[in-house]
Design a protein around this ligand. Structure first.
Ligand SMILES: Cc1cc2nc3c(=O)[nH]c(=O)nc-3n(C[C@H](O)[C@H](O)[C@H](O)COP(=O)(O)OP(=O)(O)OC[C@H]3O[C@@H](n4cnc5c(N)ncnc54)[C@H](O)[C@@H]3O)c2cc1C
Length: 420
């Protein structure tokens, strides 16, 4: 019979965090996890960098340091991270201060895209052993919360007492439809828009001392998701456009000597446009149209001279490494709004003062890298309950911005259910 105490949609870190908390505290619960993919997608699979310092990954409106410090210990117990060493940071901190920039020192671990699937398989098998049922390749196609009923793969019906929805950022349209149908109010006024920078590791040598350095510049610009060793820029497919992103293989893989990181600016929208997603999608369409259906990349050398980058000379002379992601060479000036480009370029110059070399002419800037934080539901309690027995968690619901934060949001939802 398809009836469960708890159904969790999504096997990303948010769903996993909820499932472990529930089953470890009440083994009698019948719990079903559903995922439309054959392995959970998102950042647990890609790169799998884990940040263990507040507030990285924890939106301040939902999280206090004291609670996060406690929950992170629980996350560590399951993910068993090998914390990376950091060295010689004082010189970077000093240089950063001289250009009004902050460098946050974060406890980090990195698994790498080639090894993360083993971690995921272990977590799923642990859950199954504890009695959680997991169905992969199973898409939730409709939710009827009034009758506490789900439809999967457009056919079979399942019933639940409590529903946890953790569909991730890519699941934003699923979440949006659910909120619309259930009359859940939400706000959505933020979006992070920026570029992905790719350069030789020797031009961004800080990565030898600090795997994912978190710089906070003026005008709400920050570095995000740095990868090195065997680092790759990648295209992320959305319905009708591509964004760029980055990841790296584990440290025991042959290095390609490259590093990449995002430079993002947070935009807060007010009247008349209040939807960060709307703006993000609009800008992504613009860039993909100008790029002939692809994102755009430009060498710093060309950008500085006000020239578009071309296929013919993209790898000539000073342009001495081949891009890891084949997109359209072009002109960022035509597609990035000027206020955003100005602030990002100012931050790049500050960064070049802190880590001299990053503005080498060969450095590539890819666009668009956009983080569309899905609409934030208005919750009825602190456990991310948006409606009685309906919990919305993880990056999709805007309660986290990364693996560890997503896992913690799952723990919190589980605490709400356990309390009942
Ligand atoms: C390329 C890439 C690299 C990243 N690297 C990092 C990193 O190194 N470190 C970091 O902290 N963060 C990283 N992130 C961000 C990270 O992915 C998220 O913060 C985190 O995975 C969010 O967890 P989540 O559980 O909310 O969602 P997700 O991990 O996205 O999981 C959601 C799951 O729900 C499933 N799903 C969605 N809709 C349905 C449906 N209708 N029916 C059934 N299943 C559904 C999806 O298939 C997916 O498996 C990266 C993201 C990307 C895209």
């Amino acid at each position: 019979m398809g009836k469960f105490d708890v159904i969790i949609i999504g096997t990303g870190p948010a769903g996993l965090g909820a499932a472990f908390k529930l089953i470890e505290n009440n083994p009698r619960l019948s719990i079903l996890m559903l995922d439309k993919e054959s392995i959970c997608s998102g950042g647990l699979l890609n790169d799998c960098k884990q940040n263990y310092t507040y507030p990285i990954g924890f939106p301040l409106e939902y999280w206090e340091k004291e609670e996060v410090d406690q929950l992170l210990q629980e996350v560590e117990r399951h993910l068993q991270p090998s914390i990376l060493p950091q060295s010689d940071l004082s010189k970077y901190v000093k240089r950063a201060q001289s250009v009004h920039t902050a460098l946050l020192e974060i406890r980090q671990a990195h698994v790498g895209t080639n090894n993360s699937k083993y971690l995921i398989k272990k977590l799923i098998s642990d859950l199954k052993e504890k009695g959680v049922e997991v169905r992969l390749n199973t898409e939730v196609t409709a939710v009827n919360h009034l009758h506490k009923k789900l439809e999967i793969n457009g056919a079979e019906s399942l019933y639940y007492q409590e529903l946890i929805v953790a569909p991730g950022r890519k699941g934003f349209s699923f979440l949006q439809e659910l909120m619309n149908e259930e009359g859940i109010e939400y706000s959505d006024n933020q979006v992070d828009i920026g570029i992905r920078v790719e350069t030789r590791m020797e031009n961004y040598s800080i990565v030898n001392d600090y795997y994912d350095p978190k710089f906070y510049f003026n005008n709400k610009v920050r570095t995000f998701c740095t990868n090195s060793g065997h680092a790759l820029v990648t295209k992320e497919k959305y319905n009708d456009f591509y964004l760029v992103n980055g990841h790296a293989l584990s440290k025991d893989t042959n290095q390609n000597g490259l590093a990449n990181f995002a430079m993002l600016k947070t935009i807060g929208l007010k009247n008349p446009v209040r939807s960060g997603q709307q703006m993000g999608v609009f800008l992504a369409h613009l860039a993909n149209s100008v790029g002939g259906g692809q994102p755009i990349m430009q060498r710093v050398g060309d950008f500085r001279r006000g020239k578009r980058s071309n296929v013919d000379n993209f790898n000539d002379d000073l342009y001495d490494f081949v891009p890891t992601c084949e997109v359209c060479p072009g002109d960022l000036g035509l597609v990035v709004p000027s206020k955003i480009m100005r602030d990002i370029w100012a931050a790049m110059k500050s960064l070049d003062t802190i880590v001299p070399g990053v503005l080498h002419p060969s450095t590539i800037m890819y666009y668009p890298e956009i983080k569309m934080y899905a609409n934030k539901p208005i919750f009825i309690d602190d456990f991310f309950q948006a409606k009685e027995s309906l919990y919305l968690i993880g990056d999709g619901a805007g309660t986290s911005r990364g693996i560890t934060g997503a896992w913690a949001s799952g723990i919190r939802a589980a605490q709400g259910i356990l309390k009942k």
